[in-house]
Design a protein around this ligand. Structure first.
Ligand code: BG6
Length: 586
């Protein structure tokens, strides 16, 4: 996914646009570009690289004009080049556009535009938007009409914003987030509230099939058929400080450390909808959980807990596989969709499929203003504040904490600890991490790492492996320890490193015998446990706790191990290569 920002108002646009793009860079960081209007002329500057670098080399924030658009790219169509960077323009250069999403029918649109004499400069799908708008305006200079016409033509998913040399700004949304920010000196249009959180907390969330026009008359919102829409202004709960790194070197480290508060907040959530949420789950004939990435791993833990403690047996389906799992849901079913951003395209598609089979949609989400929250019948917030590091950390443990709370209500049993004990345990895990950096030094050049666990520890093993993949770019695999003898043991030799999740709960003795089997083949073992063993080459100590809390306490050192190993390999943990915070394209 990409990030889009626009401003139209009394202030100089460029410096604000550059700051906004820096804040939304986790959405895509292949290239950056701005277009501003000055004296009825559109100036475009763009280039490959991060906002900081391109701003320095091209002087983006020095561009003139009080109207402008900006973009950071996560490449889908066309390589990472200066020409493919956004903004893109039409032949007459009197329009510039930025786009997030994928235009599925771009090649046929491009072909017909070329036959009508249009000259394309990039390999992107997005550029067709600029030429199409130009085509419509060429016939009759009516921007509203052009927006109605172009939204009839485009197929795929898109949020795009166009700026015209008369100073008008127009943006449309179909299956990609687009938000209008209303400040005292002008308007913003952004992919994310973080784009304008520094300037205003007043936002209008565009729904699908809507477009906005900003000009000297202020703002107006229309449906794709041109009918005017009256929209509610929402007050954003997040503050700027939430989106700043503060004293931490990276967002990822800041967010890992915020877990001493975020886990507690989620576990002791006062959300008034909790009981209603649990009633719907308890009353359903079938419950299906879905999510992507770390959110799917949280779904795997929910599946085990709901079954073990509440006798509610669920399916957990990866969102990108949902479309192939037909006949899963009907009107007596419930889909529980789990997502940090609430904008992941695969997950929103799974929700669309579930809605089509009349299932109830419940969701567990971090972004209360997201598409998922707004399209669900009922959602619960994990309230861990903005998560900017691309790899999920605090959102994963907050999802687990809220799932524990739901399990308590569904089972009518008190499962977890009291607040102060949990604060103590999490702080303990977060405070003595220095030796983890030493272990990171030892594993920084290892090519294959296996993380093994049983029961609730298996999904945590998958999550730990995902962190190593995301941040260290190493082949890491989460495996059920019991499966070792049925294949993976063949991988074990003196070049293999295994991380064993082995706290002293019901899985302890079986997992320890797996450690012996692995050691017998010469592999090195890092034990994550509250109990040391002379079989471990390295021991990551976690505090003794109630069994149910070990998944939360053991994943934090795995997050830190991935973070420190990334640093040892001189890669930036906040912006891992080829990834983006939430993928809004399928
Ligand atoms: C990926 C992120 O893009 O999406 C992962 O890099 C995340 O960290 C996954 O777990 C799912 O995102 P979300 O927002 O739906 O939980």
């Amino acid at each position: 996914m990409c990030s889009i920002i626009a401003y139209a108002g009394q202030r100089v646009a460029a410096p604000m646009l550059v700051q906004s793009l820096k804040r939304m860079e986790y959405r895509g960081y292949d290239s950056v570009g701005l277009a501003t209007i000055s004296n009825k002329h559109i100036l475009v500057k763009k280039g490959v690289g991060k906002v900081e670098e391109v701003n320095k080399s091209l002087g983006l924030e020095k561009m003139n004009g009080s109207v402008g658009i900006g973009h950071t790219r996560w490449a889908t169509h066309g390589g990472v080049t200066d020409t493919n960077a956004h903004p893109h323009q039409n032949c007459k250069n009197d329009i510039a556009i930025v786009h997030n999403g994928i235009i599925d029918n771009y090649s046929e649109l491009k072909k017909s535009l070329i036959t009508r004499g249009h000259k394309f400069r990039s390999e992107t799908d997005s550029e067709v938007i600029a030429h199409l708008l130009g085509d419509f305006l060429h016939k009759k200079y009516d921007i509203k009409k052009a927006m109605i016409n172009i939204t009839k033509k485009l197929k795929g998913t898109y949020a795009f914003v166009a700026v015209f040399d008369d100073g008008t700004v127009a943006g449309a949304r179909f299956d990609e987030p687009l938000i209008v920010g209303i400040s005292k000196d002008g308007y913003f249009v952004s992919s994310d509230v973080l784009g304008f959180i520094e300037h205003t907390d007043k936002a209008i969330f565009l729904d699908n099939d809507e477009f906005v026009i900003l000009n000297d008359n202020g703002h107006a919102i229309f449906n794709f058929d041109g009918s005017k829409v009256k929209k509610q202004v929402t007050q954003i709960a997040w503050e700027l400080a939430d989106a700043e790194k503060g004293r931490f070197a990276h967002y990822t480290l800041k967010e890992i450390n915020e877990q001493k508060h975020t886990i507690i907040n989620a576990l002791f959530s006062k959300d008034s909808k909790l009981d209603e949420f649990c009633d719907v789950v308890a009353g359903a004939k079938r419950v299906v959980l879905t999510g992507s990435g770390s959110s799917y791993n949280a779904a795997l833990i929910a599946k085990q807990l709901f079954s073990k403690y509440a006798g509610i047996h669920c399916e957990a389906v990866i969102s990108s596989e949902f479309q192939y799992a037909s006949g899963l849901l009907d009107k007596n079913s419930v889909l529980i969709a789990i997502s940090q951003s609430g904008e992941t395209a695969d997950l929103l598609q799974a929700v669309k499929i579930a809605k089509a089979s009349e299932a109830r949609i419940l969701s567990i989400v971090n972004t209360p203003t997201s598409s998922l929250a707004r399209t669900s019948d009922l959602f619960l917030g994990i309230n861990c504040g903005p998560e900017i590091g691309v790899a999920a950390t605090k959102s994963f443990t907050a999802q687990l904490a809220l799932i524990y709370r739901i399990t308590e209500i569904l089972s009518g049993q008190k499962l977890s600890l009291n607040r102060s004990d949990l604060e103590r345990l999490v702080s303990k895990v977060l405070n003595d991490t220095k030796y983890i950096a030493n272990i990171a030094e030892k594993i920084k050049y290892i090519g294959n790492i296996y993380i093994l666990g049983r029961g609730l520890h298996f999904p945590v093993a998958i999550e730990g492996a995902l962190k190593l993949k995301e941040l260290v770019y190493v082949h890491a695999e989460g495996l059920p320890a019991g499966e070792l003898k049925h294949g993976p043991l063949a991988l074990m030799d003196e070049n293999t490193t295994v991380i064993m999740l082995n706290p002293d709960d019901e899985t302890y003795s079986d997992t320890l015998s797996n450690v012996h089997e692995i050691k017998a083949r010469g592999a090195s073992v890092i034990g994550v446990s509250n109990v040391n063993s002379n079989k471990y080459d390295n021991w990551i100590k976690i505090p003794k706790a109630k069994d149910i809390l070990y998944p939360i306490l053991e994943v934090i050192p795995l997050q830190l191990l991935a973070y420190h190993t990334a640093l040892k390999r001189e890669s930036n943990p906040d912006y891992p290569r080829h990834l983006a915070k939430s993928v809004t394209v399928k």
